[in-house]
Design a protein. Structure first.
Length: 251
């Protein structure tokens, strides 16, 4: 087995491309400024911490999850959604340009599939920018045939966006559904639209999508605080053990 590639300390990452995703979300392609490409190994679901020395009087740090798949060695991607009055998200979505250097360290985090510990049927539940870890997991699984060295039996993504104009990575979400074991359910919380569910993700929607079968599944939740507190309670009531419920908060 190849040794794991690590880059210690703060890295300089050069912005190679800026891709508009939606009206308020961009994907940045990043490469190592000194060596080019992606020079560290990571697991889908992990994030980098970025440090900005010039945006405010004191340095500020923010984390962004890699939306790329680790099997892409040419670059990494982060997908950033502007939050209202958000200092860093506004800077990354509106101000940066190709060639700029960002300081980052990582990868960090344990929010990912572990074939040794997790049940083989994955249910990934995200809202808004909370879809990013799942984009990475789905890319890795559909392109590489495995995820973190294991092969999940099934991957179901349930994601909520506000409306049609907020659909992050829509092309990719359609593409991955061609894969036999992958299912994607999108619900819009503020717009009725043919082909989409309507409303936020709640227990009723989960029960419908899973046909009431909560067994032998691991649930990954990433989104706003309300969702992260309500859904684990519901899942507990359905008999899902806490060890099979993993959450990641973006706040
Ligand atoms: C582990 C981790 C991974 C993350 N991955 C991603 C990612 O892949 N993509 C992404 O877009 N963001 C991600 N985030 C969120 C990101 O780190 C920032 O918190 C977000 O971009 C807001 O930073 P800001 O400086 O623009 O806002 P700030 O200036 O810090 O905050 C401005 C206002 O926005 C509110 N706010 C702060 N964060 C959020 C948020 N996440 N959603 C809604 N309102 C918020 C604050 O309460 C405040 O009122 C992640 C966070 C964590 C902890």
């Amino acid at each position: 087995m190849e040794p794991k590639r690590i880059k210690r300390g703060w890295m300089n990452l050069r912005i190679d491309k800026v891709i508009p995703e939606t009206h308020d979300t961009k994907t940045l392609y990043l490469v190592d400024a000194e060596e080019g490409g992606c020079v560290f190994d990571y697991q889908p679901g992990q994030y980098l911490t970025f440090r900005f020395d010039h945006l405010e009087a004191k340095p500020i740090v923010r984390s962004y999850t890699m939306s790329s798949s680790p099997c892409q060695k040419t670059h990494i991607e982060v997908t950033v959604k502007t939050v209202p009055h958000g200092v860093v998200s506004h800077y990354l979505c509106e101000k940066v340009k190709e060639g700029d250097i960002l300081r980052a360290r990582g990868p960090i985090g344990r929010f990912g599939y572990d074939p040794q510990k997790n049940a083989p049927r994955l249910v990934m539940i995200g809202a808004g920018s909370g879809v990013t870890p799942f984009i990475s997991m789905l890319r890795e699984y559909t392109r590489n045939g495995s995820l973190a060295g294991g092969a999940p039996q099934e991957m179901i993504l349930i994601v909520s966006y506000r409306s049609e104009e907020d659909l992050i990575s829509w092309d990719l979400l359609q593409e991955v559904q061609q894969h036999l074991n992958v299912k994607v359910v999108v619900t819009l919380s503020r717009q009725h639209l043919a082909g989409f569910r309507f409303g936020r993700i709640d227990g009723d929607l989960l029960s419908q999508v899973l046909g009431g079968d909560f067994s032998n599944r691991t649930f990954f939740l990433c989104g706003p605080e309300g969702m992260l507190s309500a859904l684990p309670l519901f899942l507990g009531e359905q008999g899902v053990a806490p060890t099979h419920i993993l959450t990641e908060s973006f706040f």
